[in-house]
Write a protein that binds this ligand. Structure first.
Ligand SMILES: Cc1ncc(C[n+]2csc(CCOP(=O)(O)OP(=O)(O)O)c2C)c(N)n1
Ligand SMILES: CC(=O)[C@@H](O)[C@H](O)COP(=O)(O)O
Ligand SMILES: [Mg+2]
Length: 643
């Protein structure tokens, strides 16, 4: 077998290959992806599905003059390989390594940075308008998946693009999957387009007739294309994309490079927006991923032979505990409903879905709708629990304020992946939710420190009268997971903190921790006390409302205070403490705030990045000793690097 991939260092090298060579290259890239992702982890199934599509795009187009915009961007690995980044794959998604998403600072071929869904068509429209105003060159292609097409923003952009006749090409990469099974009426509609044999026959007949119409020079005229489209679609109901003002082409086999390029050529002859419907197989070429695309959507290191994970079985995740607790609560309370925005497996909501399908709603990648639909459920008398990753909840900010909080409705927002998420990097960090939710009246907001507290907090939130937010991080839950019966669940007093190490008079230090930072703070506090530094520890539990009396008492009785939160410092937990002290006229003698400063946190292992931001036990100890004692003492008390 020729090693075509070895010779590819940029797209000029790709353009030298032809016909069957491109097919062989596709096979080599698949093998490369499999070998690399099985070591580093990453978005395997989506990337295996877009190999030919990416080869065809880069072979046909002239990037970066022609612009390819990847929606979400998790499927852009072949794009990275072909644009000169093949040798960086050993460090894919690692600290300082290759990003798992398009990133403008990484390559001129990454036109639009992404990570969140359904932005590509809007960006394409903007680029097309800039091209028009500034007399620029180049074709503009947005590549969007069928899952991403469930996002409202995509439709806002289709609506606008069709209206203004933006000269853009939208490639709809339809693999019939979101992360889990795709949902919704559009998804059903796409199935009709894909599978209707009558449509196929009509299309072929019409194409035969159209080909008999005389051509003008070498190009098929725009009018002819439009007539062809109109005729083709007069045979089926609901010509969705045509109604939006797009010219629909396809469906075309997304694993056939030659056919794809033929369709790009055809798209080029059409003025105005084109939607090319491309059919691909998620996980293509790797049987375990083809069979189970959900599990292989985003993976850690695995064994290629059978797809088994290389990670030894870890503790239960917060998401799993959330899903199991919710299911137990729902068994007793028929009003509880579960809502997810296309993340049933990630949020643990699939556990609830298995037992209560009639009260479970996957709304697609539609966080705004998920929140407002939850408020409708609440208004109708249900108890909605809507689980959304912190980073994706950013999409639904106004819905939380306007639809949930002002109306003071009884719903629970379960904010998953709150804090540092690790290898997904900047776009996915859940580092802003305290800051953006804390100012909202009527909301209460708590953060779970471990497996045990998560269960009590969910019980508390579900039974709270008004909008309640419960925040918890990605990955394995701290503490032991003993699943509680409903009778054993405790309703926490709203706004009540817990004094884990008592505040007495004349403390050297009080550590105010919340959520994921409580356990590392506890380790640091223990060491400090063992070494003669009188240290108290408070788990604030609620960022809103704060336990004002306990915090004020702690501040008054401590020579030093440390706040620690897995969040940006601006507007978060420490800000709340400072506001409280200022409002009460209490002077803080010495305060250190541990958290993330005014910067985006880049990719890297979760523990590695927590260490970098001093959110681990050693980091907290180091901060404490910088207030209490000389720096050398850190190494004496905590010699090794890690927790
Ligand atoms: C706003 C937002 N919500 C949720 C996600 C999580 N997410 C990432 S990829 C994905 C599914 C995308 O499906 P599709 O566009 O069809 O791509 P495929 O993986 O099938 O290639 C989801 C839900 C996200 N990235 N952004
Ligand atoms: C592309 C995307 O947005 C998701 O696939 C995300 O990477 C999932 O993250 P988790 O692994 O934390 O579920
Ligand atoms: Mg898909």
């Amino acid at each position: 077998m020729s090693d075509y991939l070895a010779k590819i260092n940029g797209i000029d090298d790709l353009k030298r290959l032809k016909g069957s060579q491109l097919k062989e290259l596709a096979a080599e890239i698949r093998e490369f992806l499999l070998n690399n992702i099985s070591e580093t982890g990453g978005h395997l199934a989506s990337n295996l599905g877009t190999v030919e599509l990416t080869i065809a795009l880069h072979h046909y187009l002239n990037s970066p003059t022609d612009k390819i915009i990847w929606d979400v961007g998790h499927q852009a690995y072949t794009h990275k390989i072909l644009t000169g980044r093949k040798d960086c794959f050993a460090n894919l998604r690692q600290k300082d390594g290759l990003s798992g998403y398009p990133k403008c600072t990484e390559s001129p071929h990454d036109i639009i940075g992404a990570g969140h869904s359904s932005t590509s068509i809007s960006a394409a429209v903007g680029l097309a308008m800039a091209r028009e105003n500034l007399n620029q060159m180049g074709d503009i292609y947005a590549v969007i998946g069928d899952g991403a097409l469930t996002g409202g923003m995509a439709f806002e952009a289709l609506n606008h693009a069709g209206h203004i006749g933006a000269d853009i090409n939208v490639i709809l990469n339809d693999n019939e999957m979101s992360i889990s099974n795709n949902v919704g009426a559009i998804s059903n509609y796409l199935s009709t387009l894909r599978n209707d044999p009558k449509l196929k026959r009509v299309k072929e007949d019409i194409e035969f007739l159209i080909n008999k119409i005389p051509r003008f020079g070498n190009t098929v005229s725009n009018t002819v294309e439009r007539v062809k489209s109109a005729l083709k679609y007069s045979f089926i109901q609901g010509v969705l994309f045509e109604e939006f003002g797009f010219n629909y082409l396809g469906p075309v086999d997304g694993h056939n490079i030659i056919e794809l390029m033929k369709h790009f050529k055809q798209a080029e002859t059409i003025d105005g927006p084109v939607l090319l419907h491309v059919i691909t197989k998620k996980g293509k070429g790797y049987p375990p991923a083809e069979k189970n695309p959900d599990r292989f959507h985003g993976v850690g290191a695995f064994n290629i032979a059978d797809g088994s994970s290389r990670k030894t079985k870890s503790k239960a995740s917060y998401s799993k505990i959330f899903g199991e607790t919710l299911s137990r609560l729902a068994a007793e309370d028929k009003k509880i409903a579960g809502i997810t925005a296309a993340m049933p497996s990630g949020t643990g909501m699939e556990i609830f879905a298995q037992s209560f399908p009639e009260r479970y709603y996957d709304v697609g990648i539609a966080e705004q709708h998920a929140v407002t639909m939850s408020t409708g459920l609440a208004r109708g008398g249900m108890k909605p629990v809507c689980a959304i990753y912190s980073t994706f909840l950013q999409r639904a900010y106004d819905q939380v304020i306007h639809d949930a909080a002002i109306q003071n409705l009884d719903l629970t927002l379960a904010v998953d992946r709150a804090g540092i998420v690790g290898n997904d990097g900047e776009t996915h960090q859940g580092l802003f939710d305290y800051s953006f939710l804390r100012p909202i009246p009527n909301l209460v907001m708590m953060a779970a420190r471990d497996a045990e507290q998560l269960q009590h907090m969910l019980f508390t939130a579900v039974n709270y009268k008004g909008p309640a937010v419960l925040r918890y991080p990605r990955g394995a839950a701290a503490g032991d997971y003993i699943s509680h019966q409903i009778a054993d669940l405790k309703k926490l007093e709203i706004g009540k903190a817990e004094e884990l190490i008592k505040v007495e008079s004349e403390m050297d230090l009080t550590i105010l921790a919340i959520g994921s930072t409580v356990y590392p703070a506890q380790k640091a506090a223990r060491i400090l006390n063992e070494n003669g530094h009188k240290t108290a520890l408070i788990d604030a539990r609620f960022v809103k409302p704060l336990d004002e009396e306990m915090i004020i008492r702690a501040i008054k009785n401590s020579n030093n205070v440390i706040t620690v939160e897995e969040q940006v410092l601006a507007g978060g937990f420490s800000s709340a403490v400072l506001e409280l002290a200022a409002d009460r006229g209490v002077t803080l003698k010495n305060i250190k705030r541990i958290g993330v400063g005014d910067e985006f946190v880049s990719q890297g292992g979760m523990e590695e990045m927590k260490e970098e931001y001093q959110l681990d036990g050693r980091g907290i100890l180091e901060n404490a000793l910088s207030l209490l004692a000389p720096a050398e003492e850190v190494n004496k008390l905590w010699p090794e690097k890690k927790d």
